[in-house]
Design a protein around this ligand. Structure first.
Ligand SMILES: [Zn+2]
Length: 132
């Protein structure tokens, strides 16, 4: 992990422990993630983050709505993976960003308790994951 991701981790931990975001934290996140953090907060404000929970295992994945007019949704693990184009192009290939706006939105929504919870069976969850 580079220094900026360590800073980001520290701020995330603070947000997760208080379930709210202060102006100072917003400034730091904006410095680290730029426009992507603004986009992520817009997605969260629109209740655009679903947490799909498989039962009975309790395993889950995020589904995050995009910002284009088509409103496509992307499956996403907040820390390691997103199905969007930017994740592969900007992050995996070029290493230019820490994570995409969908991952930020997922983590932010989870931290402040703003996810829309959707319960499915483990079989349905496995089927969703098999399409990634
Ligand atoms: Zn993404």
């Amino acid at each position: 992990m580079g220094p900026s991701s360590l800073v980001a981790e520290t701020v995330w931990k603070e947000i997760e422990s208080t379930h709210s975001v202060t102006d100072d934290q917003i400034s730091i996140m904006h410095f680290l993630f730029g426009k992507n953090f603004e986009r992520a907060t817009r997605i969260v404000d629109q209740r655009g983050v679903k947490r799909i929970v498989g039962e009975p295992s309790g395993r889950w994945i995020f589904q995050v709505v995009g910002e284009s007019r088509k409103k496509e949704e992307y499956f996403c693990f907040a820390e390691h993976y997103c199905a969007c184009y930017s994740f592969f192009y900007d992050i995996v290939n070029r290493g230019e960003q820490l994570c995409c706006k969908h991952q930020l939105a997922a983590r932010l929504a989870a931290s402040v308790g703003a996810c829309v919870e959707v319960k499915v069976s483990d079989e349905q969850l496995a089927l969703l994951l098999s399409k990634l």
